[in-house]
Design a protein around this ligand. Sequence first.
Ligand SMILES: [Zn+2]
Ligand SMILES: [Zn+2]
Length: 171
Amino acid sequence: MKIIVSDIPEEGLQQDVDLKVSIDNSEPAEDVHVSVRVNRYGERVMLDGSAGMSVSLVCSRCLKRFRYPISVEFHEEYVPRPDAVDEEHELTDEELALNYYINDMINLDEFIREQVIVSIPIKPLCKANCMGICPMCGKDLNEGSCDCKKEDIDPRLSALKRMLSERRRDG
Ligand SMILES: [Zn+2]
Ligand SMILES: [Zn+2]
């Protein structure tokens, strides 16, 4: 969905739409429900709203697909992109915080896609205490333990250790 900046009325726009957003090119697009308030102040455009969806992710421990619910809130400002972009020019923090639109148009799908992507965990887990798979036989340890010879450490202990060290790393 595209927002034509010059068509935004003085009193603003309220959009409640379902968009199809493709998170990962190998997966079908997902439905995202978006509720957004669009206000224009001269050339500046503010987008305030929220987006909700569930995405299909692969668990980083047991490698199973699962649905992960995402809801994001956003408050973003758009300004027209300057005509001449000097490659040598280093962007200031203020400039980096801005979003640019070109040709009087904001691509809402692309904007929402970016918002959703930053809320996807780097190491998704199907559940907080996922046991993962046995490194020897590949059995899903959430379904019970396997008969592999445990040489050094019980897999439940190693999963616990891993969980604790991950928790420490995540702060
Ligand atoms: Zn899992
Ligand atoms: Zn095993």
